[in-house]
Design a protein around this ligand. Structure first.
Ligand SMILES: *Cc1c(COP(=O)(O)O)cnc(C)c1O
Length: 411
C-alpha cells in the first residue's frame, strides 16, 4: 500500500520515465490566432500542424457570428441540453450539420470524443425487449482513440457486446470475419471506422464497406473528423470524395477541426436513432450544452461552406502543390490526396531533431514516432490549409530543403 506521499513520488518517477523514453509531449505555445502563419517567441512561423484546414479558425465572418452569439444568447447556459440547455440555435446547428454530412438528423455533443464514447453504449446498452442476444463491433486496427475507448466503455456497460479488430483498411479480411460470423446470430453488427486516418492521411474504403454492411446487415459507423469540410468537391467528407454521399448509416465528427476549430462534436444518422441517443447518450444527458458563441460560429462555418466552395478548392490546390513539391525536394511521403502529408523519416530521433530545426527555420510541425506509429516509421506530419498562401508554402519548402540537406535526408 502506498501512502499519499509515496503516490506522488511514484507519479514523479513515471513522468521521468516518460521523458527518458522520449515520449514526453512538449507544448510550444503560440502567441497569435491560429492561421497559415502564427507567432512563436515573437517570430512568425508557417503553421503546418493544425487541423485548421479551411482557415475558418479566425475567419472574420465566423468571429462575427460568434460575437453575435455571445451578445444575443449569452456566454453559457449552465445546463445540460434536456434541462434548460437547448436554444433554437442548437437545433438549427443540428439540422445544418445533418444536411451537410448527408444524414436525416444529428445530435450535438461537447466533442467528437464524447460523441464516440456516447454512441456505442447509447445504442447497444438497450435490450429492445429481447432476452438472449449478443452484439458485435468490427473495428479498424488504426481507429482513433475515442472509438477504441467508446467500444471499451460499451463492453463494460453492455456486456453483451463483443469487439473484433480487423487489419487496417483490409476489406477482404473483414469480409471473411463477417462471413464466419453469420452462424453466430448476432443481434446488432456494427462496422466502425475513421473516414480519414490521422497518422497516415489515408481514406477508409467506404464503397466496399457499404456493400459489406448491406450484405451482412451491419450498421456502418464512420468518424469523419478529419474529412468534414475537407474532402470531396463540396467538403462534405470521405463519402462525397468516394462517390457514396448519403449512404453511410452513422457519421460522427467534430467542430474542432475544419469547421472553425473551436469545439463540439456530433452524431448524425437516421431520425429514430438520433432520437434514441438523445434519450440514452450519457455524455449528452450528463454534460453541459455547447456555448452559444461556438454554436453560432459553427453555423456560420457551415453557411460559408454551403454557399461557396472556394475555400475547399484552395485547400485541395494547396495540398496538391505541397505534395508535389515536397517530393520534388527528394522526400518520401505517403501518397494520397488528403491535406495530412506524412513525411517519412524512419528513426524517431531524426524526426524529433528535424522538427526542432524546422521550428528554428520558421516551420511549426510535429513529429510522430513509436508508439503512435510503428517502430522505424517515424515521420513529420504536415497539415496543409486553405489559410496558406503560395508564399507560406514556399517558405516552408525552403526550410525543408535547408534542414533536410543538413541532416542528409535529401540530396
Ligand atoms: C480529432 C478527432 C476526434 C476528437 O474530436 P474532438 O471534437 O476534439 O473531441 C475524434 N475522432 C477523430 C478521428 C479525430 O481525428
Amino acid at each position: 500500500m502506498a501512502t499519499i506521499h509515496e503516490l506522488y513520488a511514484l507519479i514523479a518517477r513515471e513522468i521521468e520515465q516518460i521523458k527518458a523514453s522520449k515520449t514526453y509531449k512538449f507544448e510550444v505555445p503560440i502567441e497569435s490566432e491560429q492561421d497559415g502563419v502564427v507567432r512563436v517567441d515573437g517570430r512568425e512561423v508557417v503553421m503546418l500542424a493544425s487541423n485548421n484546414y479551411l482557415g475558418l479558425s479566425n475567419h472574420p465572418k465566423v468571429k462575427e457570428a460568434a460575437l453575435r452569439g455571445l451578445r444575443e444568447y449569452g456566454y453559457g447556459l449552465a445546463s445540460v441540453r434536456f434541462i434548460c440547455g437547448t436554444q433554437k440555435i442548437h437545433l438549427e446547428l443540428e439540422q445544418k450539420i445533418a444536411e451537410f454530412v448527408g444524414c436525416e438528423d444529428a445530435v450535438l455533443h461537447s466533442s467528437c470524443f464524447a460523441a464516440n464514447e456516447a454512441f456505442f453504449a447509447g445504442l447497444l446498452a438497450n435490450d429492445f425487449g429481447l432476452a438472449n442476444y449478443r452484439d458485435v463491433i468490427y473495428s479498424d486496427q488504426l481507429n482513433h482513440a475515442s472509438i477504441i475507448d467508446g467500444i471499451r466503455l460499451c463492453r463494460i456497460i453492455a456486456r453483451t457486446t463483443e469487439a473484433k479488430v480487423y487489419p487496417h483498411r483490409n476489406v477482404a479480411q473483414l469480409r471473411e470475419m463477417l462471413e464466419a460470423d453469420e452462424k453466430e446470430g448476432y443481434r446488432i453488427k456494427i462496422i466502425a471506422t475513421d473516414g480519414v486516418f490521422s497518422m497516415e492521411g489515408d481514406l477508409a474504403p467506404l464503397p466496399e464497406l457499404i456493400a459489406l454492411a448491406r450484405r451482412h446487415n451491419a450498421l456502418l459507423f464512420v468518424d469523419d473528423s478529419h474529412a468534414t469540410g475537407v474532402l470531396g468537391p463540396r467538403g462534405r467528407g470521405t463519402a462525397e470524395a468516394l462517390g457514396v454521399f448519403g449512404q453511410v448509416d452513422v457519421i460522427t465528427g467534430t467542430f474542432g477541426k475544419a469547421l472553425g476549430g473551436a469545439c463540439g462534436g456530433f452524431i448524425a444518422g437516421k431520425r429514430e436513432l438520433i432520437e434514441l441517443l438523445r434519450q440514452k447518450s450519457r455524455p449528452y444527458t450528463f454534460s453541459n450544452t455547447m456555448p452559444p458563441a461556438v454554436v453560432m460560429g459553427s453555423i456560420e462555418a457551415l453557411n460559408i461552406l454551403m454557399t461557396d466552395t472556394s475555400l475547399v478548392e484552395r485547400l485541395h490546390e494547396n495540398t496538391a502543390y505541397f505534395r508535389r513539391e515536397i517530393k520534388n525536394l527528394g522526400y518520401t511521403i505517403l501518397e494520397g490526396t488528403h491535406p495530412i502529408v506524412p513525411i517519412m523519416l524512419g528513426e524517431a530521433a531524426l524526426a524529433m531533431d528535424m522538427s526542432v530545426e524546422l521550428l528554428k527555420e520558421g516551420v511549426y510541425i510535429k513529429g510522430l514516432w513509436y508508439p503512435v506509429v510503428p517502430k522505424g516509421e517515424a515521420r513529420l506530419r504536415a497539415q496543409i490549409s486553405a489559410a496558406h498562401t503560395r508564399e507560406h508554402l514556399d517558405r516552408a519548402l525552403d526550410a525543408f530543403r535547408k534542414v533536410g540537406r543538413r541532416f542528409g535526408v535529401i540530396p
